[in-house]
Design a protein around this ligand. Structure first.
Ligand code: AMP
Ligand code: ZN
Length: 464
């Protein structure tokens, strides 16, 4: 599979650390509010990535965090704590707030057919892991205590600017412009690993540590959870492009300092969904949630279809007209599929051809619009039986997850039924001593990827 790696700025062949296994980490939401549909675009991209890797046969081990502590309103170390601010706004405790918005987040996942990652871990459950990491970083000279807080010294990191491609001089200008420069830092872009002396003395979420009672910085959460569940060698780390700097840059700095070697091979970033006035955000203009789209009468899967028609590395502009167009096309597509005749018919030599084409679309840096085009190509192909069309669309939908076939299981069941009929036909031929016909049926099935196994009393089959 070929993917674009933000780290090298090149399309590269994906070579996992362990053959056949992909260790994948995706940054989760900060649960102080609903996700907006821009956030959800990033999660749809990550879902397609995971399912594509599965389609290619990889064993994907995916981990995601839930940020319930430490994320300030600026991605650097300034501003208010997003969770504290949210809790005050809603008159809830931090725990209540986190539970409410975590549940809402996964409800959006369910509506969008996004698979929940195998491991989902709240940041606040792993304080001991961060303390262990920070202690080692201090002992090894990468981090320092200053006025009660612990900071990572970015001048000690190898190639700190590699991922973002930023120029340190440009950054200095940016820092000067921010209102709250933290004077405890040795370098303006050093980042907090642990806060004890913060301005949030009334912070509900705090823990004892060697540096005093406090709470972890946002970046250490992802390094800690990823290392704990996926080990020292990560294959793919994902997020939206806004995570490249400072969040992912800082994750690399601290994880590589901690492990003492290169940590993650491939960094993949989804471009933003914008509205006409620019980047979508939770505080600006109409707060576009999936529930709002539903209230306006849209099917959540029309939004998924809309997203999949563009490449994840291109910016996408949201408008109701564009969503309307996507909804019409999606509903029409489903109606066409519904009309297909479901009578089992296995006469197809083109299964491989289309499945290879689908893999090609995956291999081409996750080209989702080509994947959708292939669904239309299959529908148009007169050489395919309706049943094969259904079989292929069902197969592609394992990745696309657009619920293209309402009763997904039906196709597999029909496929099995058809094979059993063929076995019976072959038994009949054998009983009639028509061995040529029996062999022909066996060979035809083999060509379609079905291998017959003759046992003493019964013939069984295996899918190749
Ligand atoms: P947050 O909950 O703010 O931590 O963001 C969750 C995810 O959404 C992160 O991976 C962000 O990079 C991503 N994200 C934020 N804004 C957008 C946007 N407008 N379009 C796409 N992804 C976004
Ligand atoms: Zn993260």
């Amino acid at each position: 599979m070929k993917i674009y790696n933000t780290l090298t700025k090149k399309i590269e062949e994906l070579i996992p650390y362990e053959e056949g296994v992909i260790r994948m980490y995706t940054c989760g939401p900060t649960v102080y509010n609903y996700a907006h549909i821009g956030n959800l675009r990033t999660y749809i991209f990550e879902d397609i990535l995971e399912k594509s890797l599965n389609y290619l046969g990889y064993d994907v081990r995916r981990v995601m965090n839930i940020t319930d502590v430490g994320h300030l309103t600026s991605d650097a170390d300034t501003g208010d704590d997003k969770m504290v601010k949210g809790a005050i706004r809603e008159g809830k405790t931090i725990q209540e707030l986190a539970k409410f918005y975590t549940d809402a987040f996964f409800e959006d996942f369910r509506k969008l057919n996004i698979k929940k990652p195998a491991v989902v871990e709240p940041a606040s459950h792993h304080i001991d892991t961060y303390i262990k990491m920070i202690t080692k970083l201090i002992n090894d000279g990468y981090a320092y205590e200053a006025n009660g807080n612990v900071y990572f010294d970015i001048t000690k990191a190898k190639d700190y600017y590699q991922l973002s491609g930023k120029n340190p001089d440009d950054l200095k200008v940016g820092v000067r412009d921010t209102v709250e420069e933290d004077l405890n830092k040795r370098n303006p872009y050093d980042f907090a690993l642990w806060f004890t002396k913060s301005k949030f003395q009334d912070q509900e979420m705090k823990w004892d540590s060697p540096w005093g009672v406090g709470y972890p910085g946002w970046h250490i959460e992802c390094s800690g959870i990823s290392g704990k569940f996926l080990g020292e060698h990560l294959d793919i780390h994902c997020g939206g492009v806004d995570n490249i700097f400072p969040h992912h840059t800082n994750e690399i700095a601290q994880s590589e300092a901690y492990f003492g070697h290169k940590w993650c091979s491939y960094w993949m970033h989804g471009e933003h969904l914008n509205d006409k006035s620019g980047k979508m955000s939770k505080s600006k203009g109409e707060f576009l949630t999936l529930s709002l789209l539903e209230e306006k009468g849209y099917d959540p899967l029309s939004y998924r279809y809309f997203v999949l028609n563009s490449h994840y590395r291109n910016q996408l502009i949201f408008s109701y007209e564009a969503l309307e167009g996507a909804e019409k096309a999606y509903k029409k597509l489903k109606a066409r599929i519904k009309k297909l005749d479901r009578t089992p018919n296995l006469h197809d030599k083109k299964l491989d051809y289309y499945q290879d084409k689908f893999k090609e679309a995956i291999n081409n840096d996750l080209n989702t619009s080509s994947m959708i085009t292939l669904v239309y190509d299959v529908l148009k192909d007169d050489e395919l039986s309706d049943f094969t069309k259904l079989y292929l669309i069902d197969d592609f939908d394992k990745v696309l997850s657009l619920s293209l076939i309402d009763e997904e299981k039906a196709v597999d069941e029909l496929f099995e039924k058809k094979i059993l009929e063929k076995i019976e036909e072959r038994n009949e031929a054998k009983r009639n001593k028509d061995y040529a016909r029996a062999d022909q049926i066996r060979d035809e099935l083999l060509e379609q990827g079905v291998k017959l196994i003759d046992n003493r009393d019964k013939t069984t089959f295996e899918l190749l």
